[in-house]
Design a protein around this ligand. Structure first.
Ligand code: F0G
Length: 376
């Protein structure tokens, strides 16, 4: 009998900085589906193959679980009893869940009034101490970096190197599923940890057999066992009101409907820039209207309901296919980072405007005319 999937540390143990002394704190994260888009490519008339890595199907509904299983397991190994993070929502949900599993206390700093209700409900239910600050994510991040010197708490934001180690495993899964690396990898960029983690993953999967890889000073531990020869171009997409990579520096008051990536001072700026430059990729930006339109399109054309920030990777893929930057026949993967159920307020608001929602009396005739009226 085959044994059940036990999470990504178990799956990729030989490629992660863990030992037999590391207590593995897992909720069976990872192993998420790589879903091929079928309708959107037809609509835009491309022969490019487009895949979505749907990270919204992780245990707390976002890619953060990959990094958090590593960060909390290593914190447990080091004897930590409490962890802290700043978050736009998803990190706080993941930190809270994994801390609960580990028997630790999670302190989460969130920007007042700017986090999706589903994420807040998660952090509260998992038993985190919620510290709402009158400030934004960047203010919270600045405070978290200072508090670790003042109180016995381990930081589990992506400045904790174990986070990126966990997150790199998504690239391994993609390479395994496709049998090769994609030509282009499209990804939303906020604090810039995830794009950096993917690049590390793709680089390791290729055995770092490229001169430009600077991640391991030429001592790649996977040189003898590459999963793929090539690495993709990394394409990082941001919300127009929170696009420090497009402005080439900090954005003071970031604003976007995609609250997950409402970040003006990304902590992994240098790593992300290096990933894009080394891979021959690019950054680009999208307006809130474009982000919401793609969130809806992914749901009603492809059956994939994600949160607004997550849709931006597909915004990017579609625009760059349409304008020819991504050529016909290319193999394109998009990370769809979080589940749409986390942010139902925004989703319902935008669908109410489109009008496919009617209220009728509870009578057969009324139902019949509602259905026939729509089918004509
Ligand atoms: N998509 C979602 C749904 C996110 O929650 C985040 C980041 C990102 C994309 C961007 O990833 O920061 O690695 O570039 N959310 C963080 C949080 C900041 O606190 O949950 P990144």
């Amino acid at each position: 009998m085959s044994s059940p999937y036990k999470g990504l540390i178990d799956r990729y143990r030989s490629r992660l900085p863990v030992s037999t002394d590391t207590p593995v704190i897992s909720l069976c994260e990872g192993d998420t589906p790589l879903i091929e888009l079928t309708n959107i490519p037809k609509e835009i008339g491309t022969s490019a193959r487009m895949y979505v890595k749907f990270e919204g199907l992780n245990p707390t509904g976002s890619f953060k679980d990959r990094g958090m299983t590593m960060a909390i397991s290593k914190a447990a190994e080091e004897g930590a009893r409490a962890v802290v993070c700043a978050s736009t929502g998803n990190t706080s949900a993941a930190a809270a869940a994994y801390a609960a599993k580990a028997g630790m206390t999670a302190f989460v700093l969130i920007p007042e009034g700017k986090i999706a209700m589903g994420k807040l409900a998660q952090a509260m239910m998992y038993g985190a101490v919620i510290i709402q600050i009158r400030g934004n994510f960047d203010d919270g991040m600045g405070l978290v970096k200072r508090i670790a010197d003042e109180a016995p708490v381990a930081i589990v934001n992506s400045i904790n190197p174990y986070r990126l180690q966990g997150q790199k495993t998504a690239a391994f899964e993609i390479v395994e599923a496709l049998g090769r690396a994609p030509d282009y990898h499209c990804i939303p960029v906020g604090n810039a940890g995830n794009i950096s983690g993917y690049w590390m993953g793709y680089s390791e999967a290729s055995g770092c057999n490229t001169a430009s890889c600077t991640l391991c000073d030429g001592n790649c531990p996977y040189l003898d066992q590459p999963l793929t020869q090539a690495r993709p171009r990394m394409l990082g997409y941001q919300a127009a009101g929170a696009a420090p990579f497009m402005r080439n520096g900090k954005v003071e008051n970031p604003e976007t409907v995609a609250t997950a990536i409402r970040i003006g001072n990304p902590q992994s700026f240098a790593l992300a820039k290096a990933a894009v430059d080394e891979s021959g990729g690019w950054f680009d930006e999208f307006t809130d209207d474009e982000i919401l339109a793609m969130q809806k399109r992914l749901a009603d054309r492809e059956g994939i309901f994600c949160e607004p920030a997550s849709a931006i990777s597909v915004c990017g893929a579609v625009r760059d296919i349409e304008n020819g930057r991504i050529g016909d026949g290319a193999l394109v993967t998009c990370t769809v980072t979080g589940n749409g159920l986390k942010d139902t307020d925004i989703a319902i608001q935008q669908c109410q405007k489109t009008g496919d929602f009617i209220t009728i009396d509870a009578e057969l005739d009324a139902v019949k005319s509602a259905i026939l009226g729509r089918l004509n």
